[in-house]
Design a protein around this ligand. Structure first.
Ligand SMILES: Nc1ncnc2c1ncn2[C@@H]1O[C@H](COP(=O)(O)OP(=O)(O)OP(=O)(O)O)[C@@H](O)[C@H]1O
Ligand SMILES: [Mg+2]
Length: 237
C-alpha cells in the first residue's frame, strides 16, 4: 500500500466557533491533492489542523494507518508532514540562510540541518546569491521560494502548501507550479490549496472543493471540469 495521509470527519475552529464541520480527505505520496473553494470556506483551517497548528476538536488524522491526531507542530514535522502557511511566513529580518535553518528546528542533528540548507540553496539557485540577505528585502516570488525551500529542510513525506502562487507574477506562478511537479516526481505527497485553478488543475491527481466548512466535491480534475454547476458556483466559471 502506498503511504497515505487520511483525514476523517475533521471538526475544528477558532475559540468556540466551529469552522470545519466534519471534512474527510486523503492524500498519497507522489500525488498532488488540490483543495479549492471560495474565500472563507475553511481551506487554510483544514490544513492548519493537519499540521498540528490548530487543535482537532473531533475526527482523526492518520499517516500510513497510524493515528497522529492531536500531535503538536514539531511532532507532526517529525512524522514527515510540513506546512507552508498562506503568505509563506518568512521571517523578514532573518537572512535567507537563517530562514532555511528555521525549517530544521525540529531536527535533532545540527549537521544534518546545515547539509540540507546547503543542498537547498544549491537547488534554488536564485537563493544562493541572496544567502546572506534579509528575506524581507526579496521580491514576493523570491520570498515564496524561501518559504518552499524552508519547508523542504526536514525532507518531508508530505508538504501542505497554502496558496503557493498567491500574489506572484505569471512567470513566478509557473515556476512555483513546476516546483510542485518536481516534488511530486521525487515521491513527496503534495496537498495544495490554490485559488489559481487554471494553473493548478492540470497538476492535480485528485481534487476536493470546500464550501462553508463542508466538503462539496471529491473527484478527479476531469470530473470537476465536466461539472458546469460546480465550476460556476465555486470556481469562477
Ligand atoms: N485566526 C482566526 N480566528 C478566528 N476566525 C478565523 C481565524 N482564521 C480564520 N477564521 C475564520 O474561519 C473561516 C475560514 O477561514 P479560512 O482561513 O480557513 O478560509 P480559506 O478557505 O483559507 O479562505 P481564503 O481563500 O481567503 O484563504 C473564515 O470565516 C474566517 O473568518
Ligand atoms: Mg486560506
Amino acid at each position: 500500500m502506498s503511504e497515505m495521509l487520511e483525514i476523517e470527519d475533521l471538526v475544528t475552529g477558532y475559540g468556540k466557533q466551529e469552522i470545519v464541520h466534519g471534512i474527510s480527505l486523503s492524500a498519497a505520496r507522489s500525488r498532488v491533492t488540490c483543495i479549492f473553494g471560495p474565500n472563507g470556506s475553511g481551506k487554510s483551517t483544514v490544513i492548519k489542523a493537519i499540521a498540528g497548528a490548530l487543535p482537532v476538536w473531533s475526527g482523526s488524522i492518520r499517516l500510513d494507518g497510524r493515528d497522529i491526531t492531536g500531535l503538536r507542530v514539531h511532532q507532526v514535522v517529525r512524522e514527515g508532514i510540513v506546512l507552508m502557511p498562506q503568505g509563506g511566513g518568512v521571517f523578514p529580518k532573518l537572512t535567507v540562510e537563517e530562514n532555511l535553518r528555521m525549517g530544521g528546528y525540529s531536527l535533532r542533528d545540527g549537521r544534518q540541518v546545515e547539509r540540507r540548507v546547503d543542498e537547498l540553496i544549491g537547488e534554488f539557485q536564485n537563493l544562493g546569491r541572496r544567502r546572506h540577505v534579509a528575506a524581507g528585502s526579496l521580491s514576493g516570488g523570491e520570498q515564496m521560494m524561501v518559504a518552499i525551500a524552508r519547508a523542504l529542510v526536514p525532507e518531508p513525506r508530505f508538504v501542505l502548501l497554502d496558496e503557493p502562487s498567491a500574489g506572484l507574477s505569471p512567470a513566478m506562478v509557473h515556476d512555483t507550479i513546476a516546483r510542485v511537479q518536481t516534488l511530486r516526481d521525487r515521491g513527496v505527497g503534495v496537498v495544495m490549496v490554490e485559488q489559481n485553478i487554471r494553473e493548478a488543475l492540470p497538476l492535480a491527481d485528485h481534487v476536493y472543493v470546500l464550501a462553508g466548512g463542508h466538503r462539496q466535491f471529491s473527484g478527479s480534475p476531469e470530473e470537476i471540469r465536466d461539472d458546469a454547476k460546480l465550476m460556476s458556483l465555486y470556481m469562477g466559471g
